[in-house]
Design a protein. Structure first.
Length: 377
């Protein structure tokens, strides 16, 4: 398998200037560069720049994929709009999920590694569009993506078994498309995610709680929010309200979450249940196929001479594939009815009469070599 790398950077908060695009062109002459995007792929060589530095200076989202098993997502958030303290609880600062705080920005860096090379190359542009809403949701105080980042660190063995989970966001059980794409991109274990989601409350309830909280705000507080929207039309009041609600409604610190060991144990239970359910479905499907096959063979045996006449007609008209299938079915029907001697006699007669039809017997020998050997015996 040849080497393949794919780099994509997206500017979300502001477009690139002409000077910035020229600076990026100096880094790569082949890259696709627009006021909002830098993209390039490599089958030989590599990007002649540090992706983290490019993100810090120009962009808000970075995606990386290498077919030897590496995937990376970086999100840059404005520090003044991000809940840094909340995010730090989810990102332990190790290898798989890290949080970097600078004077102006907060950067989430998520990495997924596997030892198995992969052929699952992503179509340029589509994945970034799917994941971009994750950044907006984080800024709005939706910390489900941050919790998924913590699960990634857990999955990678970077969190001790006795450590407890950070605040559990609502709505983990039914992930919207952007978060589902994130979980898939990071290769999160489906059973570990399901175990974590079991204790997550319904997102509709969280939305109802937000509405009730806004309705209960003191009149002067509501007036402050409204005047803020009037004075700054570009201000995203809805996002800020949700973030403020999240900050003021966190789980109490003295209510510990589940431990990592507990989550792993529950994931093992769910995996065993899922695998058993899949085995049961396969068993039922196999039983249904076997029953259908038995009914067909019983009907074929009941046809008697008519079935053998049909076999001879197929051989005479050189419909050898259909003839082979029918011969095998007649053999199995004879097995079920206990008339193998009768089958062997009829097949021996068929071989004698149609010995020149080598095409049929050659195909039958390849499809069911034991069948002709039994007849010869």
């Amino acid at each position: 398998m040849s080497e393949y790398q794919w780099y994509e950077f997206v500017a979300l908060d502001r477009p690139l200037t002409g000077e910035e695009m020229q600076a990026l062109r100096a880094i790569s002459t082949r890259a696709e560069i627009t006021p909002t995007r830098f993209w390039n792929e490599y089958q030989w060589g590599d990007l002649k720049a540090d992706p983290a530095a490019l993100l810090a200076h120009y962009f808000d989202l970075h995606l990386y994929f290498a077919n030897w098993g590496t995937r990376r997502l970086m999100l840059r958030l404005p520090r003044k709009a991000a809940d840094v303290a909340a995010l730090q609880a989810y990102l332990p600062g190790d290898d798989a999920a890290t949080l970097t705080v600078t004077r102006e920005h907060v950067v989430l860096d998520l990495r997924s590694e596997t030892e198995e090379p992969e052929d699952d190359w992503f179509e340029a542009g589509h994945l970034a569009a799917s994941l971009a809403p994750v950044r907006a949701d984080l800024l709005a105080g939706d910390h489900r993506a941050a919790y998924l980042a913590w699960l990634l660190a857990v999955q990678n063995g970077e969190i001790e078994d006795e450590e407890t989970e950070p605040p559990l966001p609502a709505g983990l059980e039914q992930l919207p498309a952007p978060l589902a794409a994130l979980a898939d991109f990071l290769r999160l274990d489906r059973d570990l995610l399901a175990a974590a989601a079991e204790a997550s409350s319904d997102e509709t309830g969280a939305a109802d709680g937000l509405r009730a909280w806004v309705g209960a705000l003191a009149p002067e507080e509501q007036r402050r929010w409204l005047l803020g929207a009037v004075e700054d039309p570009d201000r995203r009041i809805g996002r800020e309200l949700r973030a403020e609600y999240q900050r003021t409604h966190r789980s109490p610190a003295d209510t510990p979450g589940r431990t990592v060991d507990c989550l792993f144990g529950r994931a093992d239970e769910l995996r065993a249940q899922r695998e058993q359910a899949a085995a049961d479905r396969r068993g039922r499907a196999a039983a249904a196929v076997a029953a259908e096959r038995a009914a067909y063979l019983a009907g074929l045996a009941a046809q008697g001479e008519a079935a053998w006449q049909e076999l001879e007609r197929l051989v005479e008209t050189s419909a050898y594939d259909a003839a082979v299938r029918l011969a095998v079915d007649l053999h199995d029907a004879a097995d079920r009815s206990g008339d193998r001697d009768g089958f062997d006699q009829r097949m021996a007669g068929l071989r004698e009469r149609y010995r020149r039809r080598r095409g049929f017997f050659d195909r039958l020998r390849r499809a069911a070599p034991a069948l002709l050997a039994e007849v010869r015996g």
